[in-house]
Design a binder for this molecule. Structure first.
Ligand code: DP6
Length: 331
């Protein structure tokens, strides 16, 4: 096998992961739940590179800009190169690897490009190095995926809706029984620029917030309620929990030392608009990851109306419409 291509979706967290109890092992304090995003995809090709002795990762951004990732430039980049090394070592192989990866959506602005990127990279590497024990075992593959630097990448391996489970110092992803709830996610782009603080840095500040303990105290319950709502196809309960969890996580972010503000006034305009439209009978809910862009959730019956209203809102630059989709896979 000379080359392998994997595709992985980004995901939006319904119950979010914020804070790491072990920085080295990239170990979240608690579980999380997300939905895959069918139109926010990373496509990654891994090739053996006989010409050189070093690995190379080349990222093509959604706007066509090409970036050779420099391992010295950020911890995130370093961890991606370490992931190549780790998987090559597990396979007891020696070949250099060349990675070409492409994002269909803006990176580093709250749409989880490191989740889709980490999942696609790990899967492509396991395939090219023929690590069948990992390819056939989601628990093993997800635990390995996490080490790329983004724990949320584990959820991009799942189909439709994914869950991260944390049991002591074990952490893995599992599929959530596919809900019949037909959900649509609209990524509302209000600011495609890269955020000022990475999530990796942000996770390390969570413990400095006086609200973090309160969040930890309620998160297990919220995870259960979220799964129940998915199971019972109860969109109203699900949406309410999703908004609560978003505000809970951002409260921790904003009260950490130093404080982190990922949402901005444009995000806030969308949050207020969603609440207003909901009061007028267009049932929809917002959530925001570590970035200014807003994710709006609705059922298909309200999609056309919401899309029209969002496009008519001055701060909206673009929309990406997503449904739950297949997790990372080889093409
Ligand atoms: C706010 O460290 O897994 O999106 O943000 O993509 O670098 P990146 O990944 P990670 O942190 C995710 C934080 C979050 C919440 C979530 O997705 O659970």
């Amino acid at each position: 096998m000379k080359q392998v291509t994997a595709v992985a979706p980004a995901n939006i967290a319904f119950i979010k992961y914020w804070g790491q109890k072990d920085k080295e092992k990239i170990l979240p304090y608690h579980g999380s739940i997300s939905m895959n995003l069918s139109n926010c995809l990373t496509t990654t090709t891994a090739r053996f590179n006989k010409q050189v002795t070093t690995d190379e990762i080349v990222l093509t951004h959604y706007d066509g800009k090409i970036e050779i990732l420099n391992p010295e430039e950020s911890i995130k980049n370093k961890k991606l190169y370490e992931q190549i090394n780790r998987i090559r070592n597990i396979a007891q192989r020696t070949e250099s690897i060349s990675i070409q990866t492409h994002n269909s959506f803006p990176s580093k602005c709250g749409i989880a490009s490191s989740a889709s990127g980490g999942a696609a990279l790990t899967l492509a590497l396991c395939k090219i190095f023929e690590l069948n024990k990992y390819l056939t075992n989601l628990k093993k593959l997800s635990a390995l995926t996490r080490l790329c630097g983004s724990a949320s990448a584990m959820r991009s391996l799942c189909d439709g809706f994914g869950e991260i489970v944390v049991e002591g110092d074990k952490c893995y992803a599992q599929n959530i029984k596919l809900s019949d709830l037909t959900l649509v996610n609209i990524v509302v782009i209000v600011d495609p620029e890269a955020k000022a603080s990475s999530s990796s840095d942000g996770h390390l500040l969570a413990e400095t917030s006086p609200f973090f303990a309160a969040r930890l105290g309620q998160v297990e319950q919220q995870l259960e309620y979220c799964k129940e709502a998915l199971n019972h196809q109860d969109f109203t309960t699900l949406g309410t929990i999703i908004e609560q969890d978003c505000i809970s996580m951002h409260s921790v972010m904003m009260t950490s030392t130093p404080p982190l503000y990922y949402w901005n006034h444009k995000s806030f305009i969308i949050m207020e608009a969603v609440k207003q439209w909901r009061s007028e009978g267009i049932e929809s809910y917002f959530t925001i990851d570590a970035g200014a862009n807003v994710h709006v959730l609705c059922e298909p019956k309200h999609l056309a109306e919401l899309t029209e209203k969002l496009y008519a809102t001055a701060c909206v630059q673009d929309l990406i419409i997503n449904q739950p989709c297949q997790g990372a896979h080889i093409i």
